[in-house]
Ligand binder design. Structure first.
Ligand code: UD1
Length: 322
């Protein structure tokens, strides 16, 4: 039985990874400082994991977290482009400084491999589509810069110290347990919950911006594959995790209208500073080296997510929908 450390375990992605690791019969240790994570996300598995409330900016806590760990999934972050534009120092500390601490601790603890939640935000506004990993990154927001700098640190720790690291560039992940309650929440979580409550959602800009919306189960699978792939092929490298299909926000709104039964219209507001216009991935490198295939498509993912918000969200957070 292997032991996995999941940072940001009380977050949407971290808590989904924890369930998958437990399901394959391995052990989970988790850390979270609850800056964006929610205790409710791990309540149901709390007695089956070694949970520690800790902040990776505390190097001692990072070292204790990595002690006797085989694999690390590093999901802890403040995952918001606009929040980083408002507070770049906070973004840098939570997203970059904390990662360097974790890398140091993982190297000392001789973990087998560390897999990192990198971001497609690193591609920025380069006009080439789809985005592939060999492209020159052109990050726009402080968030994107911090996430990209982490990737370089991961590669450096592999090349300088032999710590096996893999960066997975996530493209707009969505699914059950994504928090819809903050203005910084992902667009699908916000739109779905608003539309179920018959509240009007707002599109920032003209709605022609596109995203490669990726259902959470695909991301979980990519992480598990990243632990298993041969080091000679994946260590120190970067891989897109996406579906290779872009959908614009206007179209997304129309699809959600059908699925939620919302009959109103959308409101348009000013474009968001730091926003990327188009984001669609080339996933051929991930398919080739990780054996990854997106198994749940956009529509199926949306249907499952809407069902979850309808049936589970109220129970967890006491905010009934529809
Ligand atoms: C998202 C992730 C980020 C990740 C990146 C990778 C979230 C919160 N952020 O950033 O962690 O690294 O993808 O691709 O999941 N929008 C609206 N109305 C709203 C909210 C958003 O029109 O109410 C628009 C935004 O202006 C943007 C698009 O929807 O154009 C997507 O926004 P968002 O969900 O915040 O994600 P990203 O900024 O793409």
């Amino acid at each position: 039985m292997a032991v996995y450390l999941i940072t940001g375990i009380a977050g949407f992605i971290g808590s989904s990874l924890a369930r998958a690791v437990l399901a394959q019969g391995d052990a989970v240790r988790g850390v979270d400082n609850f800056s964006t994570g929610k205790p409710g996300n791990i309540a149901e598995i709390r007695d089956r994991i070694d949970f520690r409330e800790a902040d990776l900016l505390d190097l001692k806590a990072a070292r204790e977290a990595c002690h006797e760990i085989d694999y690390v999934f590093h999901e802890a972050a403040i995952p918001s482009v606009p929040r980083s534009v408002l507070d770049p120092l906070e973004s840098n500390q939570a997203n970059l400084d904390a990662t360097v601490h974790l890398l140091l601790a993982a190297r000392e603890a001789k973990v087998k491999r560390l897999v990192f939640a990198a971001s497609s935000a690193a591609y920025g506004d380069s006009p080439t589509l789809p985005k592939h990993e060999a492209m020159q990154p052109t990050p726009i927001s402080p968030y994107a810069v911090a996430k990209l700098a982490c990737e370089y640190y991961l590669t450096s720790f592999y090349r300088c110290y032999g710590l096996e690291t893999v960066s997975l560039r996530y493209f707009n992940i969505f699914g059950p347990r994504q928090d819809p309650s903050s203005p910084y929440s992902g667009v699908l979580a916000q739109f779905i919950t608003k539309m179920l409550k018959r509240e009007q959602p707002t599109i920032f800009g003209d709605g022609k911006q596109s995203r490669d919306f990726t259902y959470i189960d695909n991301v979980v699978e990519a992480n598990l594959l990243a632990c298993k792939a041969p080091a000679t092929e994946v260590a120190g490298r970067v891989f897109n995790v996406a579906t290779a299909r872009g959908v614009d926000l206007n179209e997304t709104f129309q699809v959600l209208k059908k699925l939620t039964g919302y009959t109103g219209e959308v409101k348009y507001g000013p474009e968001r500073t730091g926003d990327v216009k188009h984001s669609v991935a080339d996933i051929s490198r991930t398919e080739k080296y990780l054996g990854y295939k997106p198994r749940v498509n956009f529509e199926e993912g949306l249907a499952r997510t809407i069902e979850w918000y309808k049936t589970e969200w109220a129970g967890l957070y006491g905010q009934p929908l529809s």
